[in-house]
Design a binder for this molecule. Sequence first.
Ligand SMILES: C[S@@+](CC[C@H](N)C(=O)[O-])C[C@H]1O[C@@H](n2cnc3c(N)ncnc32)[C@H](O)[C@@H]1O
Length: 332
Amino acid sequence: MSPAAPTSAPVDCLGLLTAYQHSAILAAAVRTGVADAIAHGPRHVEEIAAERGLHAPSVRKLLGAMVALGLAVREGDGHRLADGAAELASDHPGTLATIVEKEWFFYKAWLGLEDAVRDGHARIAPWRERLARDPGQSERFLGALDDLAARFGGGLPALAGLERGGRLLDVGGGAGSHAANLVAAVPGLEATVLDLPAVERVARVRHPELPFVAGDLELPRFGRPDGESWDVVLLANILHDHPPGVCRRLVREAAGLLAPGGTLLLYEWVLDEDRDGPPDVVLFAVMMLVENEGGAAYTAGELSGWLEEVGLQGVEVRSGAGPIAVVRGRAR
Ligand SMILES: C[S@@+](CC[C@H](N)C(=O)[O-])C[C@H]1O[C@@H](n2cnc3c(N)ncnc32)[C@H](O)[C@@H]1O
């Protein structure tokens, strides 16, 4: 159950209404190169504008807003990136630049939220179409997921609780981020990433150590040959892209790939049973509404029910501090 909010607590409605300005300022700072220009010391407005091909008076306004948000500081008669915002620079080892690209893409899509609430349809083209039409944007999206996994995916191995090595298939593995985290943590585990053929390029760049096989969620056995089996099958951040009927089929196909005693792992955003929390997950559920036709966040009851439905044993939900939990079950 989500904790009940006191009904009398004041809500900063105007603050929520204008919060879009913060996101837009941060994205503009990164996308125009202003954040990079001031990353290594104070620079003058005219210098930044000339270097980046920008309109100097507007850069000055942007810098003022960056100071107001704590993203930049004034030093002498120039500005530099605030120490606490160093990750906005594209040469920072933990740069947010690719994640900013991803969020900027969704920022624009969220303009269609009102219409999505009216008609229930996503505002973004289906993934296969996006991959074909704009491979660069799609690769940046998968790169951003890999950067997010590097920041937040470290809890997966402990939640997965794999007791021994073996062969793991990361279905819809994208860049291979979560498979790579598991391989690093579990001695003797070997992982293969399965995804659409166009994803191979980004997987090769991000996790060249992992073998990649082309496959398709829409095919029986995801395109894997009859007779092949895996000790672990991972569906990480896959089910939320699909409506419940498709999730059931995906879980059935995944379970069908398991060797006797093998483990199916879901790594998913998990909604409270009353669907009013946790906060990160209910916002994510709205993202799915905008992004994926039929996409949704699911409750622990729904996710574990789908594993039980296909006969998996010992089904359990293992959650940590974050919004993404593991649901796992074992084949007989
Ligand atoms: C939300 S991403 C998750 C990626 C990765 N598992 C993670 O957790 O970061 C969804 C993944 O499903 C893949 N995918 C989408 N449709 C697919 C299909 N028909 N067959 C195989 N993979 C597909 C995408 O290419 C993408 O890598």
